[in-house]
Design a protein around this ligand. Sequence first.
Ligand code: FES
Length: 639
Amino acid sequence: MTNRFTVTITDKESARDGRTAPAAPDETYLEVAQRAGFQVAATCGGRGRCRSCRIKILAGEVPPPGISDRVQLGHDEVHERFRLSCQTRVIADSAILLAPPRAETGHKILAGRAPAAGMALDSGVEKRHIRAAAPDDENDQTSDWDEVRAACGDRLVGAAPTDILRRLPGMLREKGGSLTVTTFNGEVIAIEPGDTTAHNYGMAFDIGTTSIVGSLIDLDAGEELAAVGGLNPQAVHGGDLMSRIAYAQFDAKRLQTLRAKVLGAVNSFVGEACAAAGIEAAHIHKVVVVGNTVMHHIFLGIDPTHVGLAPYAPAVRDAIELPAAEVPLKSTPNARVCLLPLVAGFVGADTVAAVLATRLDESEEIRALVDIGTNGEVVMGSRRKLMACSAPAGPALEGAQIRHGMRGAVGAIEAVSIEDDVTLGVIGGAPPVGICGSGLIDAIAKMLDARVLEPSGLLQGEDRGDLPPKLAERLVRDDAGVAFALSWARDAGIDEDITLSQGDIRQLQLAKGAICAGVMLLQKVMKLPTEKIAELMLCGGFGNYINTTSALRIRLLPELPADRITYFGNAAALGAQMALLSETERARAADVARRIEHVSLATDPEFQAIFVEAVQFPGANVVPMRRGDRRGRRTRTGR
Ligand code: FES
């Protein structure tokens, strides 16, 4: 049922070339290499804190980088297929080189600033242990705060916040003046009794229309301690941005309802992450939040009504920084919350974060990133010019509005192969309980190849005589018509067959049509023929895997040579993590947001025609879709 991969391992040092080893689902390259008898140094114990376990993936799909890869290896090595073997799970048959020499391009971007070879760790949060004496002489004209400031060498910016001053007299005398003073860019954000300098944490959140993902990170080590996530509970008030805006339009109470839901979710994710990592939420000192413009506004309690009305202007585009208590994030009241800047009404801070992560803004060559979410975005260009548009895909690729859809978690079908019968790749190697976006793309591509699905998007109904018997059997009928059974109930982790219905396939077509049309139209506006695009990076919260060949097969993207398409993973979440760990990166976000030119595609007279073409699978006769097929999903002109 589940994939088992083969890894060919080459070790230049010992000249033992080409030994192959099997890899179970979810195994890291480090585990596979060690099991195969290679002595791989793992100086930090496999925690992503050093570079000793570095590998280069010579062949096979390269898993998306994580924050540890970014921190330890830097952009150039990550881009040149280097990874930390302890952090990288095997997702395909592949060949790796242990302990490869450094990337030839080196680390131009961060040269001279990085602690190691990778990204600078300059989170702005500094924890200092001091010993301050409580005033004890009437003749000294001093105060508790004066003593703390003096013990810090007068390096503090401004006064301490009132809530800290309220508790200061007690804290100063509690442990004989032993205090830890935490600052953010010089401003005091926390004072605690005793020495807590070893506990300096932050959280990065990507708040999407359908899903929220967060990660808890050690700000000094750059190590991810816990990853959390789940559905955005606002989804009960509408699956896409426009229905979310419509729900709260000119209605302060409803806006508060949406806000309470997202804050409740973020607060509970903070608690969950702290419990998983065994740390106290009081030691979370910085939180970075990215999201599309509507999610950003609702998080802050700003009315998003006008984002949904022409000319779709946001209330603010600048980066925002505020104390957590003001949000309020009850779980971590002393943290400094930083929201990255926005580009426009429908190109938000998540897109800015994705550009940070992919370094599109520093690229010599023309590259594109396609961030697949309920509201997808396309950014195209190079260090000379960047343009972006939004592609309202709807939530199908995030597993919503699909009967057995789910996000990329344990039990989600993420890969499908079809020959005489169906074989599934399931996250965590568990019995399948649903299908996530990458599985959906793969399933549809393989169903097209196996002719279970016609290029028109119709499941084979009556005419199934040519199909292998086991596939023909999987075309089942239920209340909604024909469906294709990916897993029978007896093999599944739920009590029913896991199927894809004709309606599910229609949702997928609409989603991929919006994204493909976005890329095509941006190419048109920028006058960029396909051959000029050096790389197209697919981004999104799909977990470890998206089959780029399958993405091309279903025409999620316009025709490009397969080797120019890469899967980058959740670039928005990674960008948020980078801004969490580095004030240099957070400052870069402001520059990126200013430089991106927003293009409103739906006002383009050719949009509808291109969309209709993009909705089809390759090989289909282009038939205009019925009006109702796009109901509830509006383009910019129709938002
Ligand atoms: S062992 Fe240290 S990063 Fe992998």
